[in-house]
Ligand binder design. Structure first.
Ligand code: SUG
Length: 446
């Protein structure tokens, strides 16, 4: 059956800031306490979505979460009005307050793992919300993400939205950022590749490994992935310790092509042969490998070469890499890309650069910002239409951003209790721009 893949991008939130919250994410640490530009960040994200639409791709949008997360701060014993909760939390518990303020839900690749219906034994599209349990600021996302995905995919006959796995170290799960799917086309049966950094209970020195094998296996089981088409691969320690805190910092797949760094996986040869075996009779996989001699892990991580989107533009005979402009500014990465797209018969035959610098400074490239969902025609008809971007929705979102987002959020601005009312007013309005309903955000339910 034919299907269309839609990229659902997370809308950057009103409190986008640089708090240095993510150990092992070099950009997040390097840019801690810089002044952030929320309005520009959100407009860059929206411009990226419009650019991809302009290239002929299907594009969707997912709403930001309520931040500061007042409901959670109340569970920590802070009381009073919402503004007072924020004021007191910031004064007394800055570690918690910073976590409660993060706009990290914008990185939709971490929202969930998606298995299209052509991969699942019950013929439904399965989505598993990620528990994001490694980082305090991200563990707060799961509940609201589940609410979003249920609004987007309400029909139980066609969609199975699973809540996050138990938020424990043994079942650590960061969603689609550690999951790749290869298939002849979006609607064809695919090979799902789960990439983990450690096994439950396994000791690890160095940067955190945010995905366990046990989480991956649970996802594959609950999605009912059809036998023989699932591959589990270990991410290399070298990649994690070089700053690849998710697999999508060193690898990306689309259709029959897997684009990856030489040092992305612990056992590359085994991965290639398992993928070949799983793909037998379905498609011929092509591995586009970037040798460390051309682009070292350090350049791969700082340029975010692999955090690109791989897409097929309408009618194109090869794939296109949607790369961050930082790749063009890195000589080694840029040279590699030029040679790659110029090679005769290239599987990835063109590149388009997009500017998402505000997100990049927190370690979030073009691929982090999107969650891919391949839907067939019936699923598309059953999904809530209002999450799919068109010019009218883009114009409404642009006006909304311009009306409500601050130009700048510097470290000294974060304590401001006015942020609470500002963000709630904006989000309240957003619930009538996107099909969210008047009870979508916690503050609306009080
Ligand atoms: O989880 N950064 C995010 C970036 C997520 C990128 N996603 C993918 N690779 N798919 C993270 O580390 C930084 C927030 C701060 O420091 O203020 C942050 O959460």
């Amino acid at each position: 059956m034919s299907a269309v893949e839609t990229n659902f991008d997370g809308l950057v939130g009103l409190t986008h800031n640089y708090a240095g919250l993510s150990e092992g994410n070099l950009a997040s640490l390097r840019n801690a306490n810089m002044a952030a530009r929320p309005r520009e960040a959100a407009l860059q994200g929206l411009a990226k979505m419009q650019r991809l639409r302009g290239l002929g791709l299907s594009q969707g949008v997912l709403p930001p979460h309520e931040r500061p997360n007042i409901a959670w701060l109340r569970t920590l014993g802070f009381g009073g009005t919402d503004a007072q909760v924020w004021e007191r939390a910031w004064r007394d518990e800055q570690t918690m307050a910073r976590a409660a303020l993060s706009s990290s839900a914008m990185w939709a690749a971490n929202a969930a793992t998606i298995s299209p219906s052509s991969d699942c034994d019950d013929g439904r599209l399965h989505a598993s919300v990620a528990n994001l349990q490694t980082m305090l600021h991200r563990i707060l996302e799961a509940e609201q993400t589940e609410r979003t995905l249920r609004r987007l995919m309400p029909d139980h006959a066609r969609f199975a939205v699973h809540p996050a796995l138990l938020a424990h170290d043994a079942l650590s799960d960061e969603g689609a950022a550690n999951h790749m799917r290869m298939a002849a086309s979006a609607g064809a049966p695919g090979v799902e590749i789960f990439v983990y950094g450690r096994k439950a209970g396994e000791p690890r020195s160095g940067f955190p490994a945010r995905q366990t094998l046990e989480a991956c296996q649970a996802l594959a089981r609950r999605h009912g992935l059809l036998g023989g088409r699932t591959v589990h691969a270990r991410q290399s320690s070298a990649a994690i310790d070089a700053g690849a805190f998710h697999n999508d910092v060193v690898a990306v797949a689309h259709e029959h092509v897997l684009f990856h760094h030489e040092d992305a996986f612990a056992d590359k040869a085994a991965l290639h042969s398992e993928v070949r075996a799983a793909a037998a009779g379905l498609f011929e996989p092509v591995f586009v490998e970037v040798p460390r001699a051309r682009v070292g892990l350090e350049d791969a991580v700082s340029s975010y070469l692999f955090n690109s989107q791989l897409v097929r533009l309408p009618g194109a005979s090869s794939l296109t890499l949607i790369a961050p402009t930082e790749v063009r500014e890195n000589n080694r990465a840029a040279d590699f890309v030029r040679d790659m797209v110029d090679a005769p018969g290239a599987a990835i035959g063109s590149v388009e650069y997009v500017e998402v610098r505000e997100s990049m400074r927190n370690g979030g490239g073009p691929a982090c910002l999107r969650l891919r969902i391949a839907m067939n025609a019936q699923e598309r008809a059953a999904a809530a239409a209002g999450f799919f971007l068109d010019d009218a929705l883009a114009a409404k979102l642009e006006n909304w951003i311009k009306a409500h987002y601050r130009e700048e959020l510097a470290p000294d601005d974060l304590a401001d209790p006015a942020l609470v009312g500002e963000t709630q007013t904006a989000l309240d309005e957003l619930t009538s721009i996107l099909p969210l309903g008047a009870d979508f955000y916690p503050f609306q339910r009080n």
